[in-house]
Design a protein around this ligand. Structure first.
Ligand SMILES: NC(=O)c1ccc[n+]([C@@H]2O[C@H](COP(=O)([O-])OP(=O)(O)OC[C@H]3O[C@@H](n4cnc5c(N)ncnc54)[C@H](OP(=O)(O)O)[C@@H]3O)[C@@H](O)[C@H]2O)c1
Length: 316
C-alpha cells in the first residue's frame, strides 16, 4: 500500500478525494490536514469514511518533514501550494505530489495531469499538476479536432457553485445565486490560459456560475479547416476516446444532471451548420469535483505508482 497525505482535506475537492482513497486497494490515508476542523473525526465532516479512525490535524508546511508519505495531495486555494512543495522538495523529494490548484499547471518541471491526453508523461511522474475543472472539459471536447482547428474556439461554461470553493464569495452565496446566473472573469480566466497553453492555440472561455451545487456544462463553438458532418464527428470522437472509459461520446446533447456524482465526462450534441459545414458546436459535461478534480487526482496517483489509471474508480 502507498501512503498518502491530503492537505486541504476538508474543502470540496478534498472531501471528494478522501472516500476514493479510503476505499482504494493501493493507497492508505496517512494523515489529513485541515486547520478549521483540526481534532475532529474526518467521518464527522466527510461522507464515505464510516468506520475510519482518521482525524483532521492542522498540518503546516514545516510539518511536512515529519510525514514519510509516498504521496501528498494538495487541495488548497491557488497560491498556497508552494510552501508545502518547498518543504517536500527539501525533505522528501522522492514523494509524489499532486497539486489541485493552478499553481504548477504552466510549470514545465511538472507533468500536466490530464490522463486521457498525457498518460505517457504521468507514469512514474513525481510532480503532477491536476488540471482545472473547466479546462478538463474544454480540452476533452477539443482534443479530437486539434489538427483541424481554424480560428479561435469559444467555450461557454456554466458551473455549479461548488466550483468556487468553500470560502464565502458572491460566486457561492445562495442569495446572490437564487434565480440567477453569474458571468465572471470574461477575459483571461486562468482556465482560458490553461487550455490555450496545453492545446497549443488560443481559445476564448466565458465562465458562469449557476445556482446548482456541482457539475459543469460547456458549450463549444468551433471552426475547422475542412467541412464536417454530425455523423463524421460522432464517429471521430468515438474512435478517439475508444480506449478511455471515463469519456463517453454520444449523439444527443448531454445534460449536467447526468454526471452528478459520476467519474465520467460526456461529450455530445454535435451540430454542424448547413450554411457553413466548417462551423460546429458540441457540449461537454462533467462533475467538477470528480472528473474535474478528485477522480483525475486518483487517475494521476494511479499512473504515478504504475497502477492502472482506473484502479479504485469503480462507480458505487
Ligand atoms: N471546487 C472545484 O470544483 C475545483 C475543481 C478543480 C480544481 N479545484 C482547485 O482545487 C483547489 C481546492 O479547491 P476546493 O474547491 O476544494 O477549495 P475549498 O473548498 O475552499 O477548500 C480549501 C481547503 O484548503 C484549506 N486552506 C485554505 N487556505 C489554506 C492555506 N493557506 N494553507 C493551508 N490550507 C488552506 C482549507 O482549510 P480548512 O480546512 O482549514 O478550512 C480547506 O480545507 C483549488 O486550488 C481549486 O482551484 C477546485
Amino acid at each position: 500500500m502507498h501512503s498518502v497525505v491530503v492537505i486541504g482535506a476538508r474543502g470540496y475537492t478534498g472531501s471528494e478525494l478522501l472516500p476514493l482513497l479510503y476505499r482504494h486497494p493501493g493507497f492508505e490515508i496517512l494523515a489529513v490536514g485541515s486547520g478549521s476542523a483540526a481534532g475532529d473525526p474526518v467521518s464527522a465532516h466527510v461522507r464515505g469514511l464510516e468506520g475510519s479512525e482518521l482525524a483532521f490535524t492542522d498540518i503546516r508546511p514545516q510539518d511536512m518533514k515529519a510525514f514519510r508519505a509516498d504521496a501528498c495531495v494538495l487541495a488548497l486555494p491557488n497560491g498556497a501550494a508552494a510552501r508545502y512543495v518547498d518543504e517536500l522538495d527539501r525533505h522528501h523529494p522522492e514523494s509524489v505530489i499532486v497539486d489541485l490548484s493552478a499553481d504548477y499547471r504552466f510549470d514545465p518541471e511538472w507533468a500536466y495531469g490530464q490522463p486521457e491526453r498525457f498518460s505517457d508523461q504521468l507514469v512514474n511522474a513525481r510532480r503532477i499538476a491536476n488540471p482545472g475543472c473547466y479546462a478538463t472539459g474544454a480540452q476533452l471536447a477539443l482534443a479530437p479536432l486539434l489538427d483541424e482547428l481554424a480560428g479561435t474556439p469559444v467555450a461557454f461554461g456554466v458551473s455549479g457553485y461548488s466550483g468556487a470553493g468553500k470560502k464565502p464569495s458572491r460566486k457561492n452565496d445562495p442569495e446572490v445565486l437564487e434565480d440567477n446566473l453569474l458571468p465572471y472573469t470574461l477575459v483571461d480566466h486562468v482556465h482560458e490560459r490553461e487550455v490555450s497553453h496545453h492545446i497549443g492555440r488560443a481559445i476564448r472561455f466565458l465562465p458562469h456560475v449557476a445556482p446548482f451545487f456541482r457539475g459543469i456544462s460547456l458549450t463549444l463553438a468551433v471552426e475547422t479547416l475542412g467541412a464536417q458532418s454530425e455523423k463524421g464527428l460522432l464517429e471521430r470522437y468515438r474512435a478517439f476516446y475508444a480506449a478511455d472509459p471515463l469519456v463517453d461520446v454520444r449523439k444527443g446533447v448531454p445534460e449536467v444532471k447526468e454526471v452528478r456524482g459520476s467519474h465520467h465526462a460526456v461529450l455530445g450534441g454535435f451540430a454542424v451548420s448547413e450554411e457553413n459545414p466548417c462551423r460546429l458546436s458540441l457540449v461537454a459535461v462533467l462533475d467538477n469535483l470528480l472528473k474535474g478534480a478528485a477522480t483525475q487526482a486518483v487517475q494521476n496517483l494511479n499512473l504515478a505508482f504504475g497502477l492502472d489509471a482506473l484502479t479504485g474508480l469503480q462507480e458505487s
